[in-house]
Each structure stands twice: as C-alpha cells, then as structure tokens.
Design a binder for this molecule. Structure first.
Ligand SMILES: NC(=O)c1ccc[n+]([C@@H]2O[C@H](COP(=O)([O-])OP(=O)(O)OC[C@H]3O[C@@H](n4cnc5c(N)ncnc54)[C@H](O)[C@@H]3O)[C@@H](O)[C@H]2O)c1
Length: 394
C-alpha cells in the first residue's frame, strides 16, 4: 500500500475537474492535490488559492505528468481524453478518466491497450453507478424483483440542454462526436449494468430541431471555447437562448434502439429542450417491471409492479424509498472519488469498469453513425479478446 497521502494531479482543473479536485483534497490524509493543469490562467489562479501556493500549475499536461505524482484526474473536454490518458498511463500513473472514455471506439481501445501495457490502474468516471437511485434499481433487479430482465426504456429530459451543450465544444462533432455519445454515455452504461449485457446491434434516429435555428451566435474562435457554466432558468422557451456556439452540427433530439448480447432490447431517447431535467428508467422483466420517480432528490422512489391490473396502476405493488444523499450528482461524486482514491492506493474491485465504459462509447458511436446514415441497424464491435482479458470483466 502506498504511504499517505496520494499525490494527485488534475488535468482540466476548471469545470468538472475543479469539483472532483476539491472533493479529493478534502480527504487530505488519503490524497492531496499537488499539481493542476488547465489552459485557462484564471482557473490556475483559483486552483492556487484553493490548494495552496505550493501547488504546481501549468498549461501543458506533459509538464504536469513530469512531476512526482501517484495519480491524475483527467476532466478535459472529451476529444482530449485519449491523448492525455494514454500519456498518463504510459507513465504508470493511476488515472481517473471522465466519461465518455474517448470520442471513438478505436480511441478507447488505445487507452485500454496503454493500461494493459503499463499495468497502471485505470478508473472511469461513470458516476451514475454511484447514484443511490440507480443502485437501488440494480439491487432490486439482481434480487429478482422483476424476474429475468427483457427490456429497458429510458427517457432523458435534458432541461439544461440550452445551458450546457450548445455554447461550446459539445456542439461540434469534431470535439464530441455527438450528444448520443457525450450525454448518453452515462445512460448506456447504466442500461448495460442494470440489464447484465452489452449492446451488439444498434440503430439511431435524430436531428437538430431547435437550436440550429437560433441566429445569435458567438464568433468563431481558433480552438474550442471554454464551457459556459450555470443554468439560466429565466431563459424560456429555449428558442430564446442566446450566444450559442458559432457551429452546431450535433443533434438536439435523438433516440437509439439497442439489442444486447443477452437478448435484452433497450431504448434511449434524449431531448435537449424540455422544461425539466431528469432521467426516467423503466425496466421490464418476466415477473414485473420497475420505474424510478426522481433521481435522488428528497421523495425519490422506485416503484415495482408485480400484479396485474385492468388499466393504469399509478402506484404498483411496492414502493421503495431512495434516501437523499449529500454531495454532487445525488451523492455520487464523493462516493466515486472515495472509491477512486482507494483503488489508486490499494487496488481491488470497483463499481465502474473500463471495459464497460468502452462498451458504452461503442454503442453511442455506432448509434450516432446510424442516425446520420438513414437509421439502419449497425453491429457494435466487441473488445478484442486479448485486450479484454487484461481487465476485470465488465
Ligand atoms: N460525470 C459527470 O457527471 C460529468 C459532469 C460534467 C462533465 N463531465 C465530463 O468532464 C469533462 C469536462 O467537462 P467540463 O464540462 O468540465 O468541460 P470544460 O469545457 O469546462 O473543460 C474542463 C476544463 O478543461 C480545460 N481545458 C480545455 N482544454 C484543455 C487542455 N488542452 N489542457 C488542459 N486543460 C484544458 C478547460 O479550460 C476547463 O477548465 C468532459 O469529458 C465531460 O463529459 C462529467
């Protein structure tokens, strides 16, 4: 076991990375943020004030990797994940890599190859697996509450669409591939986890149906623009959104159908201009179905239906309360960082999985390809067996 505390470097220490860094740094006996990298000088100044004047800061992630570190958190925009993760793993560092693992299937396989070669510990930031409402559904399904799972239907109401995904790099295919990967990577992973399989055939449909018509755009800049954080609840209806990215070539309304390797059929739909923000999961088995009402807010419940009724049954046979947990993303963020620190120090089993993360990217990439080419069903390539054998099964 590594003597305490773990020396942690953060690559992309502004948005998501800044939040994760603060959580990790709180456990000073176990981990300490000693280096931050970001292209935004204001972010680095804030990092020095948060983590102390001795903090090493740089705009170049390669300089950060040259420091005396045990682990890094990579929370840069998606298109940078592959290069930075491969470099960090090549140096033998434990890596926390934000979702999606990469923006291409080949990119994921190169990351897995780098981890397999160096034997460095690779951990994926699929924090939804740490959300209490998802864990409750998983426990109920694994306990046989609905029999053998046959179908999963997910509706994703992305009420923050206009705030987070159309002002910056997310809106461009060259940086994100598309939102059926960028945003859905979480849900595809959860669908796979709840249903006990991975997508092998997928079709997609979608279009840019609202934000493309908004003419108020930011000027083109040389690179990608920093994310504009924060929700503006008074911007309604979404057609009143202003200052969008100069180029928008991703879809704001999309859906995908998945056939998993165990025969489960799943659907996922995403809309970026709903008034509310949440995810609704329905899982159907041979002896019932379950559904979540809420995503971890006080009052969140999972309802299970196990008896027949002649018509609409609003409450079902059983209602399971999901206790509210403290911390970001319904309590998932402190849990996932706690697990990563333990894994980076001591190894052992983890709730998230590098192989599963790659499978979610694979399904999202192929669904995006399908929706942009007529919606035909496409096969999803398996992870090469020799590579898969280097990691715990997904
Ligand atoms: N798991 C979750 O719940 C969750 C939530 C939000 C974001 N994310 C993921 O986290 C990642 C970052 O998202 P974000 O919204 O914070 O994005 P962002 O655009 O705010 O970028 C994050 C930081 O990276 C910095 N950066 C950009 N290019 C860089 C470079 N070349 N080198 C170093 N730093 C660079 C930015 O200045 C910014 O501070 C994405 O992959 C996203 O999918 C995950």
């Amino acid at each position: 076991m590594k003597p305490s505390p773990l020396h942690l470097g953060i690559i992309g220490s502004g948005g998501r990375g800044g939040i994760l860094a603060a959580i990790a740094h709180r456990s000073r006996k176990r981990a300490r943020v000693v280096a931050c990298c970001d292209v935004n000088p204001d972010t680095l100044a804030r990092n020095r004030s948060d983590f102390g004047p001795a903090l090493f800061t740089t705009r170049d992630y390669r300089e950060l990797l040259g420091r005396d570190l045990d682990a890094v958190i990579i929370a840069t925009p998606d298109f940078l994940h592959e290069e930075q993760a491969v470099a960090a793993l090549g140096r033998g560092l434990a890596v926390y890599l934000e979702k999606p693992m990469a923006v291409t299937i080949a990119g994921c396989d190169r990351i897995l190859t780098a981890a397999a070669k160096s034997k460095a510990r690779l951990y994926l930031g699929h924090n939804m697996r740490h959300m209490p409402f998802v864990q409750k559904m998983k426990t109920l399904i694994d306990g046989g509450a609905i029999g053998e799972v046959k179908a999963c239907w997910v509706r994703h109401f992305v009420g923050h669409g206009g705030d987070f995904y159309f002002h910056d790099w997310h809106a461009e295919r060259r940086y994100s591939t598309g939102l059926l990967l960028q945003k859905a990577a979480h849900d595809i992973d959860v669908i796979h986890w709840l249903c006990g399989g991975h997508t092998r055939r997928v079709s997609g449909m979608g279009a840019l149906t609202l934000y493309g018509d908004i003419k108020d755009r930011l000027p083109a800049d040389k690179g990608h623009r920093p994310v504009v954080h924060g929700c503006k609840l008074d911007v309604w209806p979404p057609a009143k959104s202003r200052g969008l990215n100069h180029r928008i070539d991703v879809e704001d309304l999309s859906s995908m159908q998945m056939l998993l390797d165990n025969g489960v059929q799943a659907t996922y739909s995403q809309c970026h201009y709903t008034p509310d923000y949440w995810r609704s999961y329905t899982v159907i088995g041979t002896e019932g179905r379950l559904e979540n009402f809420g995503n971890g807010e006080p009052g969140t419940v999972i309802r299970v239906w196990n008896r027949r009724s002649l018509g609409y049954d609003a409450v079902g046979s059983r209602t399971h309360r999901v206790p509210a947990a403290a911390g970001g993303h319904g309590g998932a963020d402190p849990r996932i960082i706690g697990e990563f620190i333990r894994f980076a120090r001591d190894g052992g089993e983890t709730t998230t999985s590098p192989l599963a993360a790659r499978e979610s990217v694979a399904a999202g990439c192929r669904a995006t390809e399908s929706l942009r080419n007529g919606g035909h069903a496409l096969s999803v390539p398996r992870i090469p067996a020799r590579l898969a054998a280097c990691f715990p099964s997904a």
